[in-house]
Design a protein around this ligand. Sequence first.
Ligand code: TYM
Length: 324
Amino acid sequence: MGKRILTGIQPSGILHIGNYFGAMKASIELQNQNPGDTYLFIADLHSLTVNPKPDDLRMRVRRLALDYLACGLDPEKTAFFRQSDIRGVCELTWILNTITGLGLLERAHSYKDKIAKGFVPNNGLFSYPVLMAADILLYKSNAVPVGKDQKQHLEITRDIAIRFNQMYGDVFVIPEPIISESVAVIPGTDGQKMSKSYNNTIELFGEEKAIRKKIMSIPTDSTPLEAPKDPDKCNIFTLFKLFSDEGKIAALAAKYRAGNFGYGHAKQALFEAYMDYFAPMRRRREELEKEPGYIDEVLRKGAEKANAVAAVTMEEVCRAVGLR
Ligand code: TYM
């Protein structure tokens, strides 16, 4: 038996290429390594921690599902489901809450960052990593592909699982994070981590014109057009590498170094590389949009499969802690 792979993504807004290269791409490719035992869910319960408008949340969940399917997620190989459709995930969160020290959660960077930004936290935001631990442990996942920003959450999951196993016996598998190696943190148009909250994203399925505008407005330094440039110090080049093979990367690097190649040219090359890369996925998305019932069916089947696995774990967990 291969490794069971699981990952989740919040329906927190329009998907960007940081999500794609940070996690989506890897999670879609993993389905081929272990078809039939890969799980991917839409973390709608996590999204509630920031109290989205109900209709927005519903719309984002559907859009996220559509985007994943367009990018090549095969629901026959990967169980694709909504977190909130799984019985047991909230119950397990509660049980894990009772063995999680406050100190462990107080040290979480993502929680501290939100507080530092003036966010008034609710209890759900504080115990966010415990719900995440429940997501992972419920399916006895072996491997969890995530971006680098989620690494600490994975460490918290491992700590919680180890503690549970010490207290109640070996129920949980200790999961391993898989951090995508090529570019662990995808930079945004300003060079910081690409994130919805920094307003520096390049959309995955945006309108062609808007994408072009976004790319053309990437800030650059004032090196004159004629001057040779160091590609490795340029954010445009870093982004270009995501979409290109070795040959194209070397060719663009040579142009940077030769001079007479301006940032405007580099941006044009980036835009073309982006469009080429995503063209097949954009076509597939248009087709899928014409059959909305398909998404419901995929999510329903995915939840059925995930619920079957979750029920077995919950039975073991409840027995172990003395609830049955
Ligand atoms: P979320 O929805 O913020 O992001 C989804 C995935 O995309 C990765 N990511 C990035 N990777 C590299 N560079 C970036 N700029 C970038 N932006 C986003 C994230 O690391 C993540 O892998 N808490 C999770 C969702 C979740 C989850 C889970 C994940 C809930 N339960 C269980 C795995 C297992 C989150 O908010 O991801």
